[in-house]
Design a binder for this molecule. Structure first.
Ligand SMILES: [Zn+2]
Length: 164
């Protein structure tokens, strides 16, 4: 749970690390730490303990304005960009970014984007994760000093996970 009042400084720190693309459909990319899985990482403090959360999940929790994000709700990406922290609200038109869904929704999403499933996918999973992390690192570099559209396009083309 992210409380808009209690966690205002934490939310501000998070939002300062997110760079928004100039076009209406662009992703908003997290430029903080990146985990081995290619997802953004954020350290927060809850009940006196440091907890690490994925940036996309944190964005989803912020969008709930104080309501609890249940553990079974996953942060899924319609845009297939792990670093994206732009929440798509229900009813919003255009490209879908981060939204809440179940594990089943996640499997369906993976099927649609060509991820997961099959022997080849199992064999190449590790390579896929490495490529995903490389892509996230390249994307972060592409927007760190402001959104560089050409560099973003290059980064998205390199090691795209749907190739796996
Ligand atoms: Zn996105």
């Amino acid at each position: 749970m992210v409380d808009p009042v209690r966690d205002a400084a934490e939310i501000a720190r998070f939002e300062a690390a997110v760079v928004r693309g100039p076009d209406a459909q662009d992703c908003w990319l997290f430029t903080g730490a990146i985990g081995g899985d290619g997802y953004g990482r954020l350290w927060i403090r809850r009940d006196g303990r440091r907890v690490m959360v994925r940036a996309n999940r944190y964005a989803l929790a912020v969008a709930l304005h104080g309501d609890v994000l249940p553990p079974w709700e996953r942060a899924l990406h319609g845009c297939d960009v792990p670093l994206c922290a732009r929440v798509s609200v229900p009813g919003e038109t255009g490209r879908r970014h981060v939204f809440a869904g179940s594990q089943r929704d996640n499997m369906e999403q993976m099927g649609r984007s060509g991820r997961g499933g099959g022997r080849v996918a199992v064999r190449q999973r590790n390579a896929g994760v490495l490529a995903r992390r490389d892509r996230s690192v390249a994307l972060r570099a592409a927007v760190r000093n402001g959104w560089d559209a050409a560099a973003v396009a290059d980064a998205l083309a390199v090691g795209h996970p749907t190739l796996w």
